[in-house]
Design a protein around this ligand. Structure first.
Ligand code: TNX
Length: 564
């Protein structure tokens, strides 16, 4: 490795130093607008040194180089970069195997130029599984890491070092300049997640893939899929086919709904895995279960006439409706004293676990207001055992900490409480039980909260207040709840609930630009995060999103290059 782990930052605006590379100007705002003091990468790297002199030029003859003995996953990372860079550049960018070790020893200046190198380096292991170094000079860009995963994270940095036009789907003029830099980078947290509710409104495989693509760009590594709720059941369970045939047939507002076959789900899991993102499936229990209840009357033995919860408790207008398509919460429950409930849950958990390579299973557990305390604990203790028997780590919303959970299982804090407020008690209980905590405070990172009163007009909720871009960025997961520090915090996750969100365009408007900030919260050291500096880097993402067709919200607290 050619870099050390010391953090060096340029004290002066980097453009002053790098004017030689005129195209570098394209990385930032046009003249007159405020410019970031460094290449506008999100999440901000741990250490970035801007080197004097010219950068690297990507040209028609650039090659992407891996070692002759590079394992398949490294070759895949190289091909991923090639496929990302081809549309806008129109260059072939062949992936080429060479003996990097031999070249390191003997030097081959004639061939060692105009190349992007992906190299595994044992020493880089000290940067952790996702750490990497990136060094660029006129003759090459070299990304090194201890794992292919680290190389993939480094690839995303290289992508952002190129001009925004690199994101175009059709050939652009270039030139394609990478400034001369030396970067050493690794994440603060091991869990940097995004959640998507496909139950309230269904999103298609293609829409979900697009959401995953955007996550990969910002180095997210967990994707939490909320697969069941009162309004819809979205994952095929072969032993209980009505779950999708009936429970999957509608959604909030009465639209057609939809569901993932197991094949679709596997496709999504693989798509995410190719981007080093682990899918976390959620089946929400023992509340939020109305779609299961309408699918199978035998799950309703604890209610009059075996009726699903919505017909009894969701309000009189639902008493004769076949489905629940409203947005209220907290009225449904599984019948926790009926053995069939456990047959059902064993089948559901084992079928999903079998097609989920990641180690986690999210059992929900939130807002189970119809389930008395003792019943809740009894039910969750059984879920704990079923999930463990299927080889998975249990995760749940913070309420699961009420049960006798296993150390090492995961509680997701979603309350709006801060400091010593009572709303943090469940997170503190989780810590006392040896659980890890994922931070998703609703008044900071719920992507379904409106940005401001009435904004955007037809999307979003306000029960946790409104969440501006600044508000979603300016908090510290390790100092948010008294007694829950970085020792216990696994990371951060941004949920996107879809009561008001019917398609991927709506999802993008609510998630961007805020989700980029959540990525940075999860990756960048707290001491290196500053809103005034961040908003300039964030503004520089605008032209990229424009070219990618991302329907981001042009928040007024961000100085977008074209004035917003
Ligand atoms: C609360 S947060 C819920 C969801 C809703 C969301 C809307 C949580 C664990 N439960 O059921 O969709 O608020 O913002």
């Amino acid at each position: 490795m050619s870099s050390t782990g010391t953090s060096i930052r340029m004290p002066t605006p980097w453009l002053a130093v790098a004017l030689a590379a005129a195209t570098v100007l394209a990385l930032v705002a046009p003249a007159g607008a405020q410019e970031p003091a460094e290449p506008p990468i999100i999440p901000r790297p741990v250490s970035l040194e801007l080197l004097p002199g010219e950068g690297f030029q990507l040209t028609r003859t650039t090659r992407i180089v891996v070692d002759v003995r590079a394992p398949d996953d490294v070759v895949d990372v190289a091909r991923h970069l090639r496929d990302l860079l081809r549309p806008a550049t129109g260059f072939a960018l062949p992936v080429t195997r060479r003996s990097l070790a031999w070249e390191d020893e003997h030097g081959r200046p004639d061939t060692r130029h105009n190349q992007i190198v992906f190299a595994l380096d044992g020493d880089a292991g000290s940067l952790g599984r996702e750490g990497y170094t990136l060094d660029s000079s006129p003759h090459e860009v070299r990304i090194e890491a201890g794992t292919a995963e680290g190389l993939f994270r480094g690839l995303q940095t290289l992508r952002q070092l190129l001009p925004p036009e690199i994101e175009a789907a059709t050939p652009q003029d270039g030139p394609w300049t990478v400034p001369a830099v030396s970067i050493v980078d690794y994440p603060r947290y091991e869990w940097r997640g995004a959640h998507l509710d496909v139950a309230r409104h269904f999103l298609t495989v293609e829409e979900v893939k697009r959401y995953i693509d955007l996550l990969a760009q910002y180095k997210f590594n967990r994707f939490h899929l909320h697969l069941s709720d009162d309004q819809g059941w979205r994952i095929e369970i072969t032993s209980w086919p009505n779950l999708t045939a009936i429970g999957g047939s509608t959604e909030v507002g009465g639209g057609p709904g939809g569901y993932f076959t197991q094949e679709d789900y596997v496709e999504l899991v693989e798509y995410a895995a190719e981007r080093y993102i682990t899918v976390v499936p959620e089946i929400d229990t023992p509340g939020h279960t109305n779609a299961a209840e309408v699918s199978y009357p035998e799950l309703n033995s604890c209610r009059p006439d075996n009726l699903p919860s919505h017909r009894l408790y969701a309000g009189s207008q639902w008493a004769n409706q076949p489905f629940y398509t409203g947005t209220g919460v907290g009225f449904s429950s599984l019948c926790v004293h009926d053995p069939v409930t456990y047959e059902f849950m064993e089948d559901v958990i084992s079928e999903i676990a079998a097609i989920t390579p990641g180690p986690y299973f999210h059992i929900g557990g939130d807002e189970a207001y119809q389930t008395p305390e003792a019943d809740y604990v009894m039910f969750m203790d059984r879920m704990r055992d079923i999930i463990a028997a299927n080889g998975k780590t249990m995760m749940g919303w913070a309420e699961v900490a009420r049960a006798n959970t296993l150390p090492g299982s995961i509680a997701q804090h979603w309350s709006t409480a801060t400091g010593g407020q009572a709303g943090g008690n469940l997170a503190r209980t989780a810590v006392a039980k040896g659980m890890k905590v994922v931070m998703s405070p609703a008044n900071r990172v719920y992507m379904d909260m409106k940005y401001a009163p009435g904004v955007p007009p037809n999307l979003g909720l306000t029960w946790a207040g409104t969440v501006s871009v600044m508000r979603s960025y300016t908090w510290d997961p390790g100092a948010h709840i008294d007694g829950v520090t970085d020792e216990h915090v696994l990371g951060v996750e941004a949920p996107l609930w879809t009561e008001t969100i019917a398609n991927i365009d709506h999802a993008e408007t609510m998630a961007y630009p805020r989700l980029a900030g959540v990525a940075e919260i999860g990756w960048t050291p707290q001491a290196d995060r500053d809103w005034e500096e961040y908003r300039l880097r964030l503004a520089a993402q605008g032209p990229r999103w424009d070219l990618m067709g991302v329907d981001y919200y042009r928040a007024p607290d961000v100085p977008w290059p074209d004035g917003g």
